[in-house]
Write a new protein. Structure first.
Length: 178
């Protein structure tokens, strides 16, 4: 079970818990909260009956805090978690990744209900003066679950890309004469 995070403190923290099974992505649980410590979320994860793989943080999860000098990644690693940090990408790249995998996603309707509701309400902000949509999505209660889902979409696809690149580089084991 891998986890995909969006970080915040006064804003919501959102965590999707997902598995890759073949070419399907199964989102089986969702955690969201605000004004809680990192230790709170780690306890929430440990209280669930899952065997964990990798925790994936957004790009800022690797940035050291001014208060402690330690990043969220450093703190989670010290707690025994296996952690990776997503590279910083444009929001539109993450949205495109989410669109690409969405048809392959399955959600536990009960455990992911808050996350699903947030995904349904994720939208672009309207520029009233121009009467059109702005380039960036609206930052509201729904954006945190959507940002964590974008983290999942970008990072779930990464192993597939690496495998494709490795296949192209490695010579075929079959001879054209067999």
């Amino acid at each position: 079970m891998d986890t995909f995070w969006d970080l915040g403190y006064f804003d919501n923290v959102a965590i999707w818990l997902a598995q890759s099974v073949g070419f399907e992505f199964r989102f089986i649980d969702f955690i969201q909260g605000s004004q809680q410590s990192l230790q709170y979320y780690l306890r929430e994860l440990q209280q669930r009956p899952y065997v964990y793989g990798t925790d994936t943080l957004p790009w800022d999860g690797g940035t050291p805090s001014l208060q402690t000098g330690r990043s969220i990644r450093d703190q989670m690693t010290a707690a025994g978690r296996r952690v990776r940090v997503m590279p910083q990408l444009k929001v539109e790249q993450g949205i495109q990744a989410a669109r690409t995998i969405f048809s392959k996603c399955y959600f536990d309707a009960e455990k992911c209900s808050d996350g699903i509701q947030a995904l349904r309400h994720y939208r672009y902000e309207v520029d009233e003066k121009l009467g059109s949509l702005r380039k960036e999505p609206l930052h509201d209660w729904a954006s945190h679950a959507a940002d964590a889902f974008r983290t999942a979409a970008v990072m779930i696809r990464e192993p597939e890309k690496k495998n494709e690149q490795e296949k192209r580089r490695s010579p075929s084991r079959l001879s054209p004469w067999t």
